[in-house]
Structure formats: structure tokens, C-alpha cells
Design a protein around this ligand. Structure first.
Ligand code: URA
Length: 228
């Protein structure tokens, strides 16, 4: 049985959502159409955390619904998954744009925007209580795993994480779209492999099954109790 003290300290996801929808903590609030809080299965053992909403996401209020999102859906499908089995959200909940040309051009969120939005991301993850966080792209990994995360070198490995029993990072689908060409899938197969690995770990951890294998690349065995 879950100890009462843990139940009491877990935030309520809908309360966090309501707070986020009214947030004015940073300048992104001024021009947003929608706060893109997150969606999916709030009881999933796996949460995917991207960078931030783009144009389609801002319009619809839903995460990963543009071109990158369609690629993410394809990768999930290759793993036998869909949005009803995982929870998907972003590091920042509002679209970051450069308006200097008079029209909005997507830009990466700044450090201060990312910091301001942790007031929603942290309780959101606490409310869901995933076994595994999959950081989708370098900005998410830098926010949730470590500041100097090197996505091309360190993707696909288990790291300690305050917000789950382990975290893994993968390539961002927008990066894959930019890199794909006639002779390369741009890293799509790596995205699929990382999602599959994260899901495997998440379901095994949720089931409470453990077996000891070597730590490092093959195992989230950063703390002995968590080894798969
Ligand atoms: N890219 C992200 O990181 N998140 C989205 O929701 C859409 C595109």
C-alpha cells in the first residue's frame, strides 16, 4: 500500500494544469494563443518531455501536433505505442518566438523562460510520478538531467533524475527531420530505439520486476534497487 505521506505530498495534476493555464510568470504569456500543458495517460510509467510548443501546438493547445509531432507519433507506433499509453509534455508550456521581423519565428526558450516554467513542469512530473522520463531533445535533457548534456553522445543511456526512477534522452524529431536525406533516416531509428528502451524500462520498473545486469549503457542501475 502507498504510504499516506506520499499520497499527501503528490500534487493534483488538474490543479497544476489550472495554475499553468493562467501563468504570466514570463514574457511568453503575452503573445501565446494557448498554454500547451500536456496530454496522454496521467498514470503512465513513461513521460516524454519535449522542448516547447511551436505554431501548431500554440494554435491547438496540444503538444507535438505539427510535423515533428507526426514523426513522434510514427516512432511511438513503431514501438507499439500511442498517445493513450504515455504522457507527453514540454519543458516550457508557451510558444517561444522571435518577433523582430514583425511575424513570429520559432526560437529556443531562454534559460529564464525555462526556469520560470519549472514551477509547472516539476509539480506536473510529481503528480504523474513516472518511472522513466524520456527527454526529447537536448534542451529537455539539459533541464532535467544535467546542464552539459551532450545529446549525440549521451542519448539512449540511463541517468539519475529527481523526477523519476531514471531518465533517458533521445533525438528531437525536428532535428531528425532536418537531418534526414536520401541516404540517411536522420536518426529516426535511434528515436525508435530510445523510445522502446524507455518504455521497456518504465513497464518493468512499474511491474516491480528487477534483475541485476551490468550498470551503464544497458541498465538504469544507478541505484542498486533500480537495476533492470
Ligand atoms: N517540439 C517540441 O519540443 N514540443 C512540441 O510540442 C512540438 C514541437
Amino acid at each position: 500500500m502507498t504510504p499516506v505521506s506520499l499520497v499527501a505530498s503528490r500534487p493534483d495534476l488538474e490543479t497544476v494544469r489550472t495554475g499553468a493555464l493562467g501563468c504570466t510568470a514570463c514574457g511568453l504569456a503575452e503573445r501565446r494563443s494557448n498554454v500547451v500543458f500536456g496530454e496522454g495517460a496521467p498514470d503512465s510509467p513513461l513521460v516524454l518531455v519535449g522542448e516547447g510548443p511551436g505554431e501548431e501546438e500554440d494554435k491547438t493547445g496540444r503538444p507535438f501536433v505539427g510535423r515533428a509531432g507526426k514523426l513522434l507519433d510514427r516512432a511511438l507506433a513503431e514501438c507499439g505505442l500511442d498517445r493513450t499509453k504515455v504522457y507527453i509534455c514540454n519543458t516550457v508550456k508557451c510558444r517561444a518566438c522571435d518577433w523582430s521581423t514583425g511575424r513570429p519565428v520559432n526560437r529556443p526558450p531562454t534559460d529564464s523562460e525555462t526556469l520560470a516554467c519549472r514551477q509547472w513542469l516539476v509539480p506536473q512530473l510529481a503528480a504523474i510520478g513516472p518511472e522513466v522520463v524520456l527527454c526529447v531533445g537536448a534542451p529537455s535533457a539539459k533541464n532535467l538531467i544535467k546542464r552539459d548534456f551532450k545529446i549525440t553522445v549521451e542519448r539512449g543511456r540511463y541517468f539519475p533524475c529527481e523526477f523519476a526512477r531514471t531518465a533517458i534522452a533521445t533525438l528531437h524529431p525536428a532535428y531528425i527531420l532536418r537531418n534526414a536525406g536520401a541516404s540517411s533516416d536522420g536518426g529516426f531509428s535511434l528515436l525508435v530505439a530510445d523510445i522502446a528502451k524507455a518504455w521497456e524500462a518504465a513497464t518493468r520498473l512499474r511491474e516491480g520486476r528487477t534483475s541485476s545486469v551490468e550498470s551503464g549503457e544497458g541498465s538504469p542501475g544507478l541505484q542498486p534497487a533500480l537495476e533492470l
